[in-house]
Design a protein around this ligand. Structure first.
Ligand code: B12
Length: 221
């Protein structure tokens, strides 16, 4: 039965049909599939399949990519409170785009993937000043500040990641917080994350999940 649910869910995702995807999930839970199985056996593999399909150029479009993450995010928000045992949140992340950058799609995809991996995500939105990244991370006791920049000048800007690093340094927070970056400029230049003094970067949502949970573990160890 789980396999049938997975197939129907994947089909709905490929059709970018949110209502159908949610219906598949609701019907499955009604028939006895647990909320845990929905997340770990249906939603996460569907995102992984989508990422694979995008990276192998099998014709998945940006709309499919975006909707897969959006729907994942909705399902996670709905299913997690129904878990028999409250899941252990593995850590906390604040995410946003830096000052001057209004490209929000990559950030939303990354947020959906992180939530599916039981990371608590606070989305600070677009055009976030460096001070706010740090203030919110402190307020929420986040281990990682995630910065999504789609333009070269916002990735390299002295008011973006570089300033977040400077503030972390000045406030003595570097031991308890890490910076992760991502977005098109980092894919063009995989060494750029070092230039902007981030701790790590990732090229897609699934990789972002892996990299960011690694950074969380590093801080909490
Ligand atoms: C859609 C888009 C827009 C939309 C944005 C809509 C929205 N709500 O987001 C609109 C129309 C508003 C827009 C405006 C502009 N845009 Co525009 N835009 C794009 C476009 C076509 C796609 C960007 C996108 O959403 N990609 C999809 C997502 C999913 O990106 P992704 O990189 O695959 O994301 C993955 C990874 O990068 C990673 N990731 C992403 N973030 C993070 C964060 C972390 C922490 C981690 C670990 C990983 C990670 O995971 C993601 C999911 O798998 C790109 C071209 C392109 N092909 O990239 C141009 C592009 C980014 N835009 C560009 C420009 C110039 C502009 C404008 C200045 C145009 C203008 N003259 O007005 C304005 C600037 C607005 C501003 N100040 O931000 C340029 C930037 C050039 C450069 N060298 O920097 C590009 C590259 C187009 C081009 N070739 O010229 N744009």
């Amino acid at each position: 039965m789980l396999e049938q649910v997975m197939n129907q869910y994947n089909e709905a995702i490929m059709d970018t049909d949110r209502d159908k995807a949610l219906q598949v999930v609701h019907d499955a839970v009604e028939l006895g599939v647990t909320p845990e199985e929905v997340i770990f056996n249906v939603v996460v593999p569907a995102i992984e399949m989508m990422m694979k399909s995008v990276s192998e150029n099998q014709g998945s479009s940006l709309a499919q990519h975006f909707m897969a993450a959006q729907i994942a995010s909705e399902v996670v928000d709905e299913m997690v409170p129904k878990f028999r045992q409250a899941p252990d949140i593995i850590g906390r992340v604040v995410i946003g785009t830096p000052q001057g950058d209004f490209h929000g799609l990559g950030k939303r995809i990354v947020s959906g993937c992180l939530k599916a991996m039981m990371v608590e995500v606070t989305d600070l939105g677009l055009n976030v000043p460096a001070e706010r990244f740090v203030d919110e991370a402190v307020a929420r006791d986040a281990q990682v500040i995630a910065i999504s920049a789609m333009m070269v000048h916002t990735a390299r800007s002295p008011n973006g990641c570089l300033k977040v690093r400077q503030i972390l340094h000045e406030r003595g927070l570097e031991e308890r917080m890490r910076i992760a970056v991502g977005g098109a400029p980092y894919r063009f230049d995989p060494e750029l994350y070092k230039v902007v003094q981030a701790d790590a970067w990732a090229e897609n949502g699934i990789e972002a999940g892996r990299v960011i949970s690694g950074l969380i573990r590093e801080v909490l160890k």
